[in-house]
Design a protein around this ligand. Sequence first.
Ligand code: NAD
Ligand code: DAU
Length: 335
Amino acid sequence: MKILITGGAGFIGSNFIHYWTKKYPSDAIVNLDKLTYAGNLSNLRAVEKNPNYKFIQGDIADDKLVEKIFQEEQFNLVAHFAAESHVDRSILDPNAFIQTNIVGTHNLLRAALQNKTRFHHVSTDEVFGSLGKTDPAFNEKTPYDPRSPYSASKAAADHLVRAYFHTYGLPVTISNCSNNYGPYHFPEKLFPLFITNLLEGKKIPLYGDGLSVRDWLYVEDHCRAIDAIIKSGKIGETYCVGGNSEKSNREATDEILKLLGKGEEMIEYVADRPGHDHRYAIDATKIKNELNWEPTVSFETGLQKTVEWFQNNEAWWMHIKNGEYQDYYKKQYGK
Ligand code: NAD
Ligand code: DAU
């Protein structure tokens, strides 16, 4: 099988490439990634010399490039991860979110249709909006109600994916997943920012009252879920994926502080995120019943592994924090 993975130099995409190359070593992988600030080829050092792996630097919003790559490579499957993914950045400037998440996804869908390629879209639970404290968790039937430019752009992409299934018969699936954490998580998001700040002796900025709730899933469990959907998911269907692990940001922060032996004086309460979604939670019954998928890594174990990974990979995150990671491609590929 030949697979196009978009956004493979980012957090989840690079974890997925490691997962897939270990589990299916004879599959060929092409990683198409623009290398935005969030793309980091040093996430992929362990696979870059693998003869079944190829990297192409390119923008999914460039329709001609996308068309050319599809014609040349003849993929069996697209696993589409590439996106602008950070809510705070989407509030500051939505433009790149529209280009990549909507226009880029549409370019991929059109090329997939021309080449009759199976398409999986990696989407988010944020398309469903925000839950109240006692609301039931999101499931596949929850109406869309996105509230940030990021989630609105992901919702638009999901709608386009479904439109290509209903209108043109493109074989698609979608996964809407909750918050991931683990190795290679870019240190602008809550967990990696807080862990690395604490390792540097810096304070950690908790938004608002710190009581917003997220449902945390260890990234490898997300990769297993996408694998199950790609291999056995029903065409045209959506699967909600979650960690069964709701924590308020303050609860999660306390766990991180404990693991790093730091006290609550390190917390700095700062202004809330505009339009901050209060709570996300996923009811993953469908994927459990139909595809026999469940999270295997508990929050406690996953967080411990994650903290240890950041402790053991100081150079990785230091290079991001000081900007040196962007030189890696130049050194490696001479461009
Ligand atoms: P990330 O920001 O870490 O990585 C995104 C990758 O996409 C980067 O390598 C970047 O260079 C690449 N990219 C961005 N714009 C591009 C473009 N125009 N063309 C080609 N490549 C481009 O993101 P992530 O956290 O790994 O998320 C991956 C996917 O999973 C996204 O679609 C996101 O919406 C979805 N998702 C993320 C989470 C989460 O908790 N992180 C949860 C659910 C779903
Ligand atoms: O739910 C899935 C989504 O999870 C993905 O679709 C997004 O791509 C991913 O970024 C993530 O979105 P969140 O906005 O939930 O993640 P973030 O790490 O930015 O924030 C998690 C929570 O922590 C949120 O309630 C805001 C809060 N927060 C975040 C940061 C960066 C803080 O309190 N302080 C911070 O500095």
